[in-house]
Design a protein around this ligand. Structure first.
Ligand code: PDD
Length: 283
């Protein structure tokens, strides 16, 4: 199995990370997860652009072009003969003696590897349970930063409670999941938090918002209150690996009728069509 280290494909067991890498020590870096369907990187351009945006927001100047990155990731997927799976890519600020501040001229370290993904078919078909939790993260959730400590803590809490996801609430407002975006269907309108500093602007989210409009469903990018969430007809979450999954139980109580609702199912079908089209167009 090959991995990508600063543009070079190397055997995974031949690569090493310096203990003074700032990503390792401070979480000083950024990442992306990109799904591969039939060997095609889904939404590659959008993910590459978001990596560049995250880098710029934390003052990392990436030493390669968007096209170089796309080419390298495609090479990696081909080399590892990935059909259905995903790519994880991260860039750290570089290696330097451990000090919080840094000097100019560090060399960003970019690594990427492929892994297999099992499509969560059962979860998509029957829905999952979620718990709510307080959103105690920092206020730049729009940056896809390696600092995921609170996301990890909240996901672990959900996991230990037997739930699939933790839905985060800040000051009475639903922001997003620990590793997903969150939507509520209220009187036929899909509501989701606007893309500002409080959430990660998911690539899946962007696709879903397009599909909502194309399918003539009402959309309102207006924050959902905790009270509204508890009264929602439907709740669903989205991410690169989850795609679209219905939340049928929230904090132990049924959501709506307790099964995946019609709007969620319509969007799930539209999203599958979108994936198939992307694979067809690229061949
Ligand atoms: N997580 N919000 C958060 C906090 C996330 O971590 C993710 C994805 C999303 C959805 O973004 P997208 O649709 O672009 O995957 C929203 C990735 C998959 C992860 O960390 O594994």
């Amino acid at each position: 199995m090959k991995i990508l280290v600063n543009g070079q494909l190397v055997e995974r067991n031949e690569a090493s990370i310096d203990v003074e890498d700032r990503g390792y020590q401070f979480g000083d870096g950024i990442y992306e997860v990109i799904r591969v369907y039939k060997g095609i990187l889904f939404g590659l351009r959008e993910h590459a652009e978001r990596l560049f945006r995250s880098a710029a927001e934390i003052g990392i100047s990436l030493p390669f072009s968007l096209e170089d990155l796309e080419w390298d990731l495609q090479k990696l997927v081909q080399e590892n003969a990935v059909s259905d799976g995903a790519v994880y890519i991260q860039t750290t600020r570089g290696v330097a003696p451990r000090k919080h501040q840094y000097e100019a001229g560090l060399e960003p370290q970019t690594t990427a590897y492929t892994f297999s993904v099992k499509k969560p078919e059962q979860e998509q078909a029957y829905g999952v349970s979620a718990i709510t939790d307080e959103d105690l993260r920092w206020l730049r959730c729009d940056i896809k930063s390696l600092n995921l400590l609170y996301n990890v803590m909240a996901k672990q809490k959900a996991y230990e409670a037997g739930a699939f996801e933790g839905i985060l609430i800040r000051d009475g407002i639903v922001t997003e999941g620990t590793s997903s975006n969150v939507y509520a269907v209220l009187n036929g309108t899909v509501r989701t938090h606007p893309a500002n500093r409080m959430i990660l602007n998911g690539i899946t989210r962007k696709n879903i918002l397009d599909l909502i409009v194309k399918n003539g469903i009402e959309l309102d990018e207006k924050p959902v209150t905790e009270e509204e969430l508890r009264q929602a007809d439907e709740i669903f979450i989205s991410s690169t690996t989850a795609e679209i999954i219905s939340v049928v139980t929230l904090d132990g109580k049924s959501v709506g009728s307790g099964v995946p609702g019609p709007v969620t199912k319509q969007l799930q079908a539209a999203f599958q069509e979108c994936i198939q089209q992307a694979a067809r167009v690229s061949f």
